[in-house]
Write a protein that binds this ligand. Sequence first.
Ligand code: BGC
Length: 251
Amino acid sequence: MSTVLGIDIGGSGVKGAPVDLTKGDFAADRHRIATPSKSTPKNVVRVVGEIIDHFSGSLDKESPIGITVPAPVRHGKIPMMANLDDSWEGLAAEKFFSDELGRSVTLVNDADAAGLAEVQFGAAKGTEGIVILTTLGTGIGTAVINDGVMLPNTELGHIEVDGHDAESRAAMSVKENEDLSWKEWAKRLQRYYETMQMLFWPDLFVVGGGVSKKHEKFLPLLDLETPIVPAQLQNKAGIIGAAWLAAERAR
Ligand code: BGC
């Protein structure tokens, strides 16, 4: 199974692309549809279905699909949801998607998927020891990987920094909403990453999310002992990691 569809459900858009797993890259241009403003599971699965239809010509009916969600996924269930409709909480979401879409679905946290992709194909390939990937987007997602083995469902975007939930001060969406300059935002990122460094002493931080394309605007402003590098797969990582995991599960 060398091409598998990956879909990334985010706070603002649902994006999908077939992934060539031998290359670790998209096999066709990605398709994006805005996340419904009432982002309930029913409304979102409809959009996911439209993305599958868009690629159905090139998809094998039996092929599994990897889907990311911006929430922890514990054995297919979503225990909490920060950035989509509250009605996701407690849902057996993997089963829900499989039933609604009539396909075998692997559901995974968005940052975990991105972390897996960066370890398999990107910036953390071959890194020994602890890698922490952070995605800076609507929220802050994290993946913790030690010697290639992931500790899933870490929610370290929600650690308390200076009395605040970290993502409420340092996510990319906060930079936009509060109209922060790169320098002002970098000060908040500095507090976030130095706290993470003090708690985990990782060997490498990888910074993902769409904003990682503009890494030269903020990474040089950070002063950390731990090396910090931009994600190589940038905002493709979630889709690639979800497809990779779906294929692994199907093996
Ligand atoms: C969620 C995480 C998610 C992150 C990035 C956080 O608010 O709690 O599960 O990985 O946002 O989307």
